[in-house]
Design a protein around this ligand. Structure first.
Ligand code: FES
Ligand code: FES
Length: 193
């Protein structure tokens, strides 16, 4: 019989636990079977396809992604997590408002069956948040998108519309590139950049 742990975490802004859990439980099982957060998809179950991607919010490193199918609750214990259910914003009435990435995927018709979509949304969201911390030149955006989403497998669409949607969000959002919208060109020239 598996050893058990006392598990606590913050998931989508809500304190969870303490819960008594098997210590070999994977995050995808916790989310789906204990917390009824079924948006995180299980596909390969081996850390290969990224369908189950969730976001860890680290106060020191910033946000980054992990595959929930091979990430144990023991490792997540005490951490802060976002799943696909925590990505949309809320309007004044509390209704969900799609994030810019979610909106771009809709506008670009980026998905078909959508099984891979929560993983793509979380992967792209973590990329956007990394660029908020560390903007890059716009001529490096294409490569950054490919690198960030390279491990996400989609069996339907051929990827192009996902990549185009993420690229468009990055290039049109102030602060994500060093030479894009909102860049203070004069300040950069004065700084010799
Ligand atoms: S289901 Fe987790 S990486 Fe494929
Ligand atoms: S849209 Fe069907 S697997 Fe990606």
């Amino acid at each position: 019989m598996a050893e058990r742990i006392s598990f606590s975490a913050t998931i989508n802004g809500q304190k969870i636990g303490p819960m008594d859990l098997p210590q070999d439980l994977m995050m995808v099982e916790l989310l789906q079977e204990y917390l009824n957060l079924t948006g995180t998809r299980l596909s390969c179950g081996q850390g290969v396809c990224s369908a189950c991607t969730i976001i860890i919010d680290d106060p020191d490193k910033g946000s980054y992604t992990v595959p929930a199918c091979v990430t144990g609750v023991t490792w997540v214990n005490g951490r802060t997590v976002r799943t696909i259910e925590g990505i949309a914003g809320r309007d004044d009435q509390g209704n969900p408002v799609p994030s810019p990435i979610q909106m771009a995927f809709l506008e670009h018709f980026a998905f078909q069956c959508s099984y891979c979509t929560p993983g793509f949304v979380n992967g792209a969201t973590a990329l956007i948040e990394r660029l908020q911390r560390q903007p890059i030149p716009s001529d490096q955006v294409e490569a950054a998108v490919l690198e960030a989403l390279d491990r996400h497998i989609c069996r339907c669409t051929g990827y192009v519309r996902y990549y185009e949607a993420v690229r468009d969000v990055i290039l049109s959002t102030p602060g994500l590139t060093t030479d894009g919208p909102g860049t203070d060109v004069t300040a950069m020239q004065e700084a010799g950049q």
